[in-house]
Design a binder for this molecule. Structure first.
Ligand code: SAM
Length: 211
């Protein structure tokens, strides 16, 4: 892992760049409706054994968690490096303050198997490839039963210049990355949230069962 790449990336999201993202991505009824349908579809393969606790790594202001709250009574946790995003999570009562963690994916302050399901949505794409394995190891470590990955897809590893920054957005087959690096993960389901019909940002998703 490169400390420089990690600290640059963390600084970017903790600072103005992260705050501007919040301002561009406010809560709306339309978004929450789209995300509620999305998560109902994503979690379909877990209905026989639903998770009782969920962690979103890189939760921002909790658009996913707000949608998930409509679908499940599971205990919710959020990990988020940006202070403004964490304050909105707390202010809006998305989840209890004690469950909002100031951290990054490569150092999750939770015990092994602390939550039934851990996921990212649009977060692995922002982690430098040198730090990706360490981040996925942490997500895998804290997830007792399920890991869910919702990210942009590319069949080859590529970097995209993002909002004037280098080293800020990377695409690859993140689901394949999990399968290649964590042999105990079994694919339960996968899909594509096509923008034209879902309103979401052409996201690919995979649901993995651990063990
Ligand atoms: C593109 S936003 C996605 C937010 C949210 N997951 C969603 O789908 O609405 C990326 C989020 O990940 C956070 N983030 C950036 N780097 C991170 C890291 N290394 N570990 C955890 N979260 C990170 C950012 O602060 C931001 O809230």
């Amino acid at each position: 892992m490169t400390d420089q790449a990690q600290s640059d990336q963390e600084r970017l999201w903790r600072g103005d760049f992260g705050t501007e993202y919040i301002d561009r991505n406010a809560v709306s009824d339309e978004k929450l409706a789209a995300l509620t349908s999305h998560w109902a579809r994503v979690l379909r393969s877990t209905v026989g054994d639903p998770p009782k606790s969920l962690l979103e790594v890189g939760a921002n202001i909790g658009l996913n968690l707000r949608a998930l709250r409509r679908l499940t009574g599971a205990e919710l946790h959020a990990l988020e490096p940006n202070a403004k995003a964490r304050s909105i999570l707390e202010r809006d009562g998305v989840l209890p303050a004690a469950n909002i963690h100031d951290a990054i994916a490569s150092a999750i302050p939770l015990a092994d198997g602390a939550v039934d399901l851990a996921f990212t949505s649009g977060v692995l794409i922002h982690i430098h490839p040198d730090n990706l394995l360490a981040s996925c190891r942490e997500i895998h470590r804290v997830a007792r039963r399920y890991v869910v990955c919702v990210e942009y897809f590319s069949g080859r590893e590529e970097e995209i210049h993002y909002r004037g920054h280098d080293s800020a957005l990377f695409k690859r087959d993140f689901g394949g990355f999990y399968l290649d690096n964590f042999p105990d993960l079994k694919l339960l389901d996968y899909g594509f949230a096509w923008k034209r019909v879902t309103g979401l940002d052409n996201l690919t998703w995979q649901v993995f069962r651990k063990g």
